[in-house]
Design a protein around this ligand. Structure first.
Ligand SMILES: [Zn+2]
Length: 260
């Protein structure tokens, strides 16, 4: 029983509705047997139902696959499989406009999203994020070039877009260099050898950040990005913020949020 309790907690933390699917599957196992198969079917059904009912809770799903230049899509369909691709309609309009802008300035560019929010319940945090609990927060992937300097269409250094960090250059601001306290500022050193060694597409990434900074929405509009990237990309603007030394690094992706 403890094992199933832990599975339900883990699935709820990871996917929100997965825990419900496991609990229902446990009940139905008495009749049908085959726990994992029943779970898979229930999880799929609940995921589809969530897609169509989330708008009643004020959230919409971001596309799981490429949907053309005028719409942002998630970088990896895994985000949809885990129900982590829900945002407010206002956030979707905003980042779709960014996507269209990027295609206009750099034809053929695709803009990709990472973790958004779960489909339901304001205040239900999506770990490991400290926010991402209302559809008003969204992480976006940076843009990259391959080793040959060619833009990599809709791809990032890591398959899920996180943890391919840009390192500060000599002289760049490094406000957390002396930070030794407990923090979520993970460096993921062990992972680095397995990630693509692609240079940041500075022109596209700077253009996207500039557009976001110049087109604020709603209230409390902010973009988290590391200070060394703001310097390196020659950016400025009140919306570009440093998240502090206790939260996750933002030089592998950017975090966008506002209250609609
Ligand atoms: Zn975020």
């Amino acid at each position: 029983m403890i094992k199933h309790g832990l599975i339900i907690i883990a699935l709820t933390v990871l996917t929100q509705i997965g825990g419900i699917a496991w609990a229902l599957a446990l009940a139905l196992r008495m009749i049908f047997g085959r726990l994992v198969l029943i779970f898979a079917i229930l999880y799929l059904c609940l995921t589809v139902i969530a897609h169509y009912t989330a708008p009643l809770a004020g959230r919409v799903a971001l596309p799981c696959l490429d949907a053309g230049p005028a719409q942002i899509a998630v970088l990896n369909p895994l985000y949809c499989a885990l129900n982590r691709n829900y945002v407010s309609p206002e956030m979707k309009s905003h980042v779709d406009a960014l996507s269209a802008h990027m295609h206009e300035v750099f034809p053929g560019t695709r803009t990709r999203a990472l973790d958004a929010s779960f489909p339901f319940l304001d205040g239900f945090a999506m770990l490991p994020h400290l926010s991402h609990d209302s559809g008003d927060q969204l992480d976006l992937a940076f843009y990259y070039t391959g080793e040959d300097g060619e833009y990599q269409l809709g791809k990032a250094k890591s398959p899920i877009g996180y943890w391919g960090f840009e390192q500060p250059r000599p002289g760049d601001p490094q406000p957390c260099a002396a930070n030794t306290g407990i923090s979520m500022r993970w460096d993921m050193d062990a992972l680095q050898p397995y990630l693509r060694d692609w240079p940041l597409d500075e022109a596209r990434t700077a253009e996207a950040l500039r557009w976001l900074a110049n087109n604020p929405q709603g209230s409390d509009y902010k973009i988290f990005v590391e200070p060394h990237l703001v310097t390196r990309l020659g950016l400025s603007g009140d919306a570009l913020r440093f998240q502090g030394c206790r939260a996750a690094r933002h030089d592998d992706h950017l975090h966008l949020e506002f209250a609609p």
